[in-house]
Design a protein around this ligand. Structure first.
Ligand SMILES: [Zn+2]
Length: 391
């Protein structure tokens, strides 16, 4: 997340106005404790937390500068807050993010409770380090660049980051297809397949809206002022990551910087979309983006996607067990095995060995199916699309 320079200028103006009026409540108060890092102070609620993040800051800062061409870091502060906030008197427009870089006050704000604070710190350090030549990179691709570098520098967080970004993008441009094969092994008689099922699932965005992938070069997903909804912004983060990763895979980060330099030489405000598409080996069509996403997902990402969407397997498993029918076979749940794969990805296959943890969700699904069935038998509208035939 990138907070524009104007917000920093606004912060300074507000601070000045607050000083003149004798007010001090406009800018958020710094956290109580602090620790020194080589490039600046880290502030957090406890001393131990500040020291922990100061160590990460010292470790990550030189690696960011070494990894990203056309980058350097000047002193800055890092604040860990319950909610990343620049001002305390208004609801922050950044309150749904895990962090942002406020250029005007040279400060990185991080959510203390974020699952992957080190990864977010690396992301914000990239924003903070980029020289002016990188301004030619469209805003959403800058987010992609920051994620890409964060994934390289914090490898433990890479699979989750890639899975989240790419699956969100796929879900918003038509759905992420998953091939599911399920069967039941009867333990008492050895691995005998009682019955099986094959299905193609599609994980789609929670919000029904879809995005035009070409807008990745136009929408500035990192700006709270972007008119895109939160769901669309997340999808653009995914698309920005995809494009940045493909360009870096082909020409390195130097190649991406080269595109910025060429745009600067040509007197352009930003790199033309056509140059970025060519460098990423993408066509403007939605199918091209989707194929590229599927190609980029491996088994580690698929495992993360299944972890993020635990409900995805409920329907096929319920079908396999006959839930909601007179032949419900709950005893077979322990014997359900399977294989999930991503069509178009050679090695993205996950073996399913135990789905008993799905039991509570399956019970809810079963109850819903019985309910629908009883309503249908009683001739009542079922509330869903199934009621259309009854009218
Ligand atoms: Zn960012």
């Amino acid at each position: 997340m990138h907070c524009p320079a104007s917000a920093g200028r606004a912060a300074r103006v507000l601070a000045l106005a607050a000083a003149l009026l004798g007010l001090s409540a406009c800018l958020a108060q710094p956290p109580a404790e602090s620790a020194s890092a080589r490039l600046g102070t880290v502030r957090a609620a406890t001393r131990a937390r500040a020291e922990d993040i100061a160590r990460a800051f010292d470790e990550l800062a030189p690696r960011v500068v070494k990894t990203v061409p056309g980058a350097h870091l000047e002193p800055l502060e890092v604040w860990l807050q319950q909610t990343p906030t620049l001002y305390s008197l208004r609801a922050s427009t950044y309150s749904d993010t895990d962090g942002f870089w406020a250029e005007g006050v040279r400060r990185i704000h991080l959510r203390d409770s974020a699952e992957q604070v080190h990864r977010t710190l690396a992301h914000e350090l990239v924003h903070a380090s980029l020289d002016a030549v990188w301004d030619r990179l469209p805003g959403t691709l800058e987010e992609g660049l920051c994620d890409l570098v964060a994934a390289r520098l914090v490898p433990g967080a890479a699979a989750r980051l890639r899975a989240g970004r790419l699956a969100t993008a796929a879900a918003a441009i038509g759905g992420l297809p998953l091939d599911v094969e399920l069967w039941i092994e009867d333990a008492s008689d050895g691995p005998l397949t009682a019955r099986g099922l094959e299905a193609r699932l599609r994980i789609v965005a929670e919000e029904p809206e879809t995005v035009d992938p070409g807008d990745v070069f136009v929408v500035r997903a990192g700006l709270s002022t972007s008119r895109a909804t939160a769901g669309a912004r997340r999808a653009f983060y995914g698309l920005g990551f995809l494009v940045a990763e493909r360009i870096a895979a082909r020409g390195g980060l130097e190649g991406l910087l080269g595109l910025c330099q060429a745009a600067e030489r040509d007197g352009l405000e930003s790199i033309p979309a056509g140059s970025l598409l060519a460098a990423a080996d993408l066509e403007p069509a939605r199918e091209s983006y989707l194929a590229a996403i599927l190609e980029g997902l491996g088994p580690a990402e698929l495992r993360e996607i299944l972890r993020l969407h635990p409900g995805a397997l409920v329907e096929p498993v319920a079908n396999l067990l006959g839930l909601g029918s007179d032949l419900e076979a709950w005893d077979d749940l322990a014997g359900v095995r399977g294989r999930i794969s991503i069509p178009g990805s050679r090695d993205a296959v996950v073996q399913i060995l135990d789905l008993t943890a799905l039991r509570p969700r399956l019970e809810a699904e079963s109850a819903e199916r019985w309910n629908l069935r009883n309503r249908a038998l009683a001739g009542k509208p079922t509330g869903g699309p199934a009621s259309e035939g009854a009218r």
